[in-house]
Design a protein around this ligand. Structure first.
Ligand SMILES: Nc1ncnc2c1ncn2[C@@H]1O[C@H](COP(=O)(O)OP(=O)(O)O)[C@@H](O)[C@H]1O
Ligand SMILES: N[C@@H](CCC(=O)OP(=O)(O)O)C(=O)O
Length: 375
């Protein structure tokens, strides 16, 4: 994406709503706010945009339900509050989306889910399947099970990782400020709004250095970092005021609201670079002539039926090299089945996976989105 006019052409967004907005200055869950955001999200859906919602607010809502006045420090108490509060949070979203005949799905993620390759693929295919069914996934960190060291801590980072995961083109971070200012507007009334910048521009780091609000966790620094993470898969980020009426529609129509942080690369280029450069190869698949031709000429997914031999040990989600029978590398990709499973299903059509393995994941051995051609 190069400018705001291109936002209307995007098809998949991640929208993150922060604690600062959701918890109504500590007075419990901001149900009025939720009603207006859901209305706007439903309108986006009617424009053909698929949306993953990343919502904070579980801890604050749980504190309200348990009658606690102050945020506890003990991790187990925070985790208990989150478990109680998450119920209220998803209830609120589900009942509001129902008014628009839309379904929601609760998705709780930990850092492990996104850093382990196998779970990464699982989370990715579940989220994409939900989007395909027109469901709005409501994502939060799985506060109940995470330990201190591996907490995302703030949902900005989680929003960015989900953006990478589902290859969204836009990450929208709704917060209690109009966007990124050149200094913290809470402590400096003359602070000026940054309307547009490259996510990786070094001068932004100092601007975002202020603290965070009483209820939020990350402040602007984690939002800037999130924009930089999102840019790694070619997504743009808009940081904007959740309380401004119709804010999502304004962003969609290219109005100059909030801060637009642009990636350096287009999504496809970014993804292919990531696939090609950042992962260790774990094994090799030797393909027959037909499979080589299909990959080279039509850019389709690799099916097990075209695999002649499997070399090495790999797990689901790991990177493998695809070669022709003369050892010439054709492509690399993330494989949907382990080496042991692939040995059993090589040469077979996907209709026979279930009888052979006792289960079936994806019908493709390597999905074309996870495949990069070499040369
Ligand atoms: N340069 C800046 N521009 C805008 N806000 C900033 C800046 N530096 C720090 N902040 C603070 O970040 C807060 C928003 O972050 P946070 O409280 O974590 O919200 P959320 O819960 O929405 O993530 C603002 O209320 C503001 O005080
Ligand atoms: N997972 C936590 C949210 C963490 C949090 O507050 O993040 P943020 O909205 O980025 O300041 C919760 O639901 O309470």
């Amino acid at each position: 994406m190069k400018n705001r006019q291109e936002i209307a052409k995007t098809r998949r967004w991640v929208v993150k709503i922060g604690s600062a907005l959701l918890t109504d200055d500590g007075k419990g869950l901001n149900l009025e706010g939720i009603a207006t955001w859901v209305e706007q999200l439903a309108a986006l859906r009617r424009q053909g945009i698929e949306v993953v919602l990343v919502s904070s607010g579980a801890v604050a809502q749980g504190m309200g339900r348990l009658g606690w006045k102050r945020r506890p420090h003990a991790l187990h108490e925070l985790q208990a509050a989150a478990a109680v509060g998450q119920m209220g949070l998803v209830q609120a979203y589900e009942s509001h989306f129902q008014k628009y005949d839309m379904h929601t799905a609760q998705v709780l993620l930990t850092h492990d889910d996104l850093s382990s390759r196998g779970r990464y693929l699982n989370a990715r295919s579940t989220l994409k399947t939900l989007l395909g069914f027109g469901v709005v996934p409501v994502v939060n960190e799985n506060d109940t099970v995470v330990t201190d060291e591996i907490r995302f801590g703030d949902n900005d980072t989680l929003g960015a990782l989900v953006t990478n995961l589902v290859e969204a083109e836009l990450l929208v971070i709704l917060t209690d400020q109009e966007g990124l200012f050149d200094t913290d507007p809470r402590s400096n009334p003359d602070a000026g709004l940054v309307s547009e910048a490259k996510a990786n521009a070094p001068e932004l780091t100092q601007m975002a250095g202020g603290g965070h609000g009483a209820l939020g966790r990350g402040g602007m620094m984690t939002k800037l970092r999130a924009a930089r993470l999102a840019a790694r898969s070619g997504a743009a980020t808009v940081i904007a005021a959740g309380r401004e009426p119709g804010i999502l529609g304004k962003i969609f129509s290219g109005r100059s609201v909030g801060t637009l942080l642009l990636p350096d690369k287009e999504p496809l280029v970014a993804r292919k670079q990531w696939l090609a450069g950042h992962l260790q190869m774990r094994g090799r698949l030797i393909l027959d002539e037909g499979a080589c031709r299909v990959l080279r000429e039509s850019g389709r997914s690799l099916l097990a039926v075209g695999v002649k031999e499997v070399v090495g040990d790999f797990a689901r989600g790991e990177m493998v090299v695809c070669e022709d029978e003369n050892g010439v590398e054709i492509a690399r990709g993330l494989v949907n089945y382990s080496s042991e499973e692939t040995r059993k299903i090589r040469g077979l059509p996907s209709s026979r996976f279930e009888e052979t393995l006792g289960f079936v994941d994806e019908p493709e051995l390597i999905h074309r989105d996870n495949l990069v051609l070499v040369g």
